[in-house]
Design a protein around this ligand. Structure first.
Ligand code: SF4
Length: 159
């Protein structure tokens, strides 16, 4: 069984549809905005998962990072913020469906398309080192939704 190896084709850093937009936690959004500002760029985000607390306050936990075309942090075929890139990028080609909390693979990834016949959900952990990151993220989202439920916060998913 072949292990996933990024082919450095950069396809996953070029976006054509809003539905491809990476989901980012609120603290990642803030950091990405800082990093973009340093290079004179601005980024675009839309709310994705927000809660309305019992006192009426609104808090956005997850945003969609709207990238039209090439990511501003991509130079050549290299991510210039590799160490600080958001978790969605770190676990690609694994994608998490929120709030369903299911894992699937992106067919935007050339390696996934070329090796599709050997992949099935039971061998994700052997093929993808990114699987561990995805499990951790699912746990974080589950925990947040549990807190929301315990506090009777209204959860909104904005698609
Ligand atoms: S942050 Fe880096 S890995 Fe993520 S889309 Fe941009 S260039 Fe690609």
């Amino acid at each position: 069984m072949k292990k996933f190896v990024c082919k450095r084709c950069e396809d996953c850093c070029i976006f054509k549809e809003e539905e491809e937009a990476p989901l980012v936690f609120y603290w990642e959004k803030e950091r990405l905005e800082e990093l973009a500002l340093k290079r004179g760029s601005s980024l675009s985000f839309k709310e994705y998962l927000a809660v309305i607390e019992s006192n009426g306050d609104r808090f956005t936990y997850i945003y969609k990072w709207i990238i039209d075309g090439k990511c501003v942090f991509l130079e050549g075929n290299r991510c210039t913020i590799h160490e600080e890139k958001p978790i969605s990028c770190k676990m690609f080609p694994i994608i998490i469906e929120v709030p369903g909390n299911r894992m699937y693979l992106s067919l935007r990834c050339n390696w996934v398309r070329e090796n599709a016949e050997q992949i099935n959900p039971s061998n994700f952990p052997q093929i993808f080192d990114e699987f561990k990151i995805a499990v951790k993220v699912m746990g974080m989202i589950t925990e947040f939704l549990k807190i929301a439920s315990e506090n009777a916060w209204k959860v909104e998913i904005i698609r």
